[in-house]
Structures are given as C-alpha cells and as structure tokens.
Ligand binder design. Structure first.
Ligand SMILES: *[C@@H]1O[C@H](CO)[C@@H](O)[C@H](O)[C@H]1NC(C)=O
Ligand SMILES: *[C@@H]1O[C@H](CO)[C@@H](O)[C@H](O)[C@H]1NC(C)=O
Ligand SMILES: *[C@@H]1O[C@H](CO)[C@@H](O)[C@H](O)[C@H]1NC(C)=O
Ligand SMILES: *[C@@H]1O[C@H](CO)[C@@H](O)[C@H](O)[C@H]1NC(C)=O
Ligand SMILES: *[C@@H]1O[C@H](CO)[C@@H](O)[C@H](O)[C@H]1NC(C)=O
Ligand SMILES: *[C@@H]1O[C@H](CO)[C@@H](O)[C@H](O)[C@H]1NC(C)=O
Length: 245
C-alpha cells in the first residue's frame, strides 16, 4: 500500500495493493549501458509450507516503458501426494501481448499479461527464475531446477515496440496475496508462516557484475512489525521468514 519513499520506481498495482511481509531491492554494481537481454533470480523455497497464498517475486524494469515485469514462485498444495509449485511471469505494461497457452491478458485487474504454470517441483532444489529476450521485444520466463537442470517454460509475452532491454535495479517481495485488496483489516497474528531464500540476480551480459540483493525490509502496511518477520544474510542472498507456525 505505501511503498513510496524507499523505491526508485512508481507504485505498480501489485506493489500498491499487495500485502507484503517483506520487500527487497536488488541491483548490479556494474551494469552495461545497453541493458540486459537476460536476468536470473534464484529462489530456495525448501522450508515453505505446501499451501497456496504466498508469492515470492522479483520485479524487473525495461528501457523506454514505465511498468515492470515480475517473476517468482507460489507454493501450492500437493497434488495427489506430489509436490507442485506455480511459476509466475507477468508484465504490468499496457500494450503487452501474448498468444502463449499459460498466459492471459491483464495483471492484477489492470493492463498487462499474466502467465502462470503449475509444475512438479522438489522444494529442496533451488529454482532459477530466468527472463530472456527471444527476439525483438519478446521475452520468455523459465523456471530451471538447478539440480535436475530441467527447464519449465512459464510463459512468453511481447512488450510494446518502443521498449528496450532490462534496466538496473528493482524491487522484490514476499507477499501474502490472500490478503490483497479490498481495504479490509486483518488479524496480523494469523499470518501463516512461510520462508524463502532469495539469491542475487545474475546475467550472462558482458559488464553485468555484482548483482546482489541490496536490502530487505518490512512493508509499512497495517501489520508492519506484527507478522514475525525476520531475515538473515546467507551466502549469496537473504533468508526471509514471516508469519506464525
Ligand atoms: C492502454 O492502451 C490503450 C491503447 O493505447 C488505451 O486505450 C488504454 O486507455 C490504455 N489503458 C491504460 C490503463 O492505460
Ligand atoms: C521437466 O519439467 C516438465 C514441466 O514441468 C515436466 O513435464 C517433465 O516431466 C520434467 N522432466 C523431468 C526429467 O523432470
Ligand atoms: C522480429 O520482427 C521482425 C520484423 O517485424 C519479424 O519479421 C520477426 O519475425 C520478429 N522476430 C520475433 C522473434 O518475433
Ligand atoms: C542458476 O543460476 C546461477 C546463477 O544465479 C547459475 O550459477 C547456475 O548455473 C544456474 N543453474 C542452472 C541450472 O541454470
Ligand atoms: C488474532 O489472532 C490471534 C491468534 O489466533 C488471537 O489470539 C487473537 O484473539 C485475534 N485477535 C482478534 C482481535 O481477533
Ligand atoms: C516466529 O518465527 C520464528 C522463525 O523465524 C519461529 O521459530 C517462531 O516459532 C515464530 N513464532 C510463532 C509464534 O509462530
């Protein structure tokens, strides 16, 4: 709801109305002027309960357009005893198009495109959420199991023709989306526990050096400091926990 002061960015619909246990920002210490044609955000969800409600995400912006893309993971209930997870890849930019079967028009009730795909997943494996340009202004989102190396395509969308490459610096978040919107109040002491480790972004681009998560902080929403949120720096990233067991 109130993500203003800390960010270099405009408040997008999801970030304005989401219920966030934590926000993070990320950046590269050295960055090519031409921007990036690929970026990878690794996530470890090993200790996340297999229940729907939480979205661990990183955002990324583009040259010459205003709104960002998002990618991340949403834990799910087991499917007949098999663990599954939903990969998400979306754009909040008006004029984004798609004809991919995992994707549909609109993002959180506004313009854009949302892609989601539930796939079998071993939660103990780190997943690389990769965003890659595949020609012109078309981008593909993929979830790569870093142990098996299996890559699952989450979706493909095309940004408006004036858009450019990925720019340096954006936000990410740990969101409890079942409490989004509506303006109703919530009992902060009932936020279900979840946990994620978010690792530094990387890119294959020459000159993209020192990608890292710069900081993690609590959202200043209604439940700030009341959701049992804690985080610790771990090699290559941050482990973040929030909610009640
Ligand atoms: C999206 O773009 C279309 C076409 O340019 C325009 O008519 C519409 O008002 C825009 N919607 C928003 C929410 O900006
Ligand atoms: C790779 O992922 C796809 C999509 O989730 C799945 O259908 C396929 O079975 C997986 N392959 C292996 C070897 O795990
Ligand atoms: C890129 O644009 C050109 C010209 O419009 C088109 O011929 C080509 O198929 C496009 N490539 C992709 C991958 O969309
Ligand atoms: C996952 O991303 C990391 C860097 O963020 C990279 O070192 C690793 O090779 C990637 N793994 C796979 C299987 O793509
Ligand atoms: C909020 O939830 C906690 C934990 O379940 C409970 O003890 C407390 O009474 C609730 N508070 C209100 C105002 O409902
Ligand atoms: C608060 O979170 C910690 C983990 O960070 C957990 O050990 C603890 O049990 C949680 N507290 C409650 C009341 O659930």
């Amino acid at each position: 709801m109130r993500l203003l002061a800390v960010t270099l960015l405009v408040c997008t619909p999801s970030v304005c109305f989401g219920f966030f246990a934590s926000i993070n920002n990320w950046g590269f210490s050295e960055f090519p002027e031409t921007g990036l044609n690929d970026i990878t955000f690794p996530f470890n969800v090993a200790n996340a309960p297999h229940t729907r409600g939480v979205y661990f995400a990183q955002m990324f912006g583009f040259q010459n357009i205003k709104e960002s893309g998002y990618t991340g993971l949403q834990p799910q209930e087991d499917d007949n005893g098999n663990s599954v997870i939903r990969g998400v890849f979306s754009s909040f930019q008006n004029g984004t198009t798609t004809n991919h079967p995992n994707c549909s028009p609109g993002a959180d009730g506004g313009p854009g495109v949302s892609c989601g795909f539930i796939f079998p997943a071993n939660y103990n494996h780190i997943f690389n959420m990769t965003v890659q340009n595949i020609g012109n202004t078309t981008w593909r989102g993929t979830a790569v199991d870093t142990v098996t190396k299996n890559a699952t395509e989450i979706g493909v969308w095309t940004l408006p023709p004036e858009s450019g490459a990925i720019v340096n610096g954006q936000l990410g978040f740990f969101e409890y989306f079942l409490w989004n919107g509506g303006g109703e109040s919530h009992n902060c002491s009932t936020l279900p526990f979840s946990e994620v480790t978010m690792f530094s972004p990387t890119s294959m681009a020459n000159g993209a050096v020192g990608g890292h998560i710069i900081s993690v902080y609590e959202d200043s929403s209604e439940c700030s400091t009341h959701v049992n949120m804690s985080y610790t720096a771990v090699p290559g990233g941050y482990n973040i926990k929030a909610g009640f067991l």
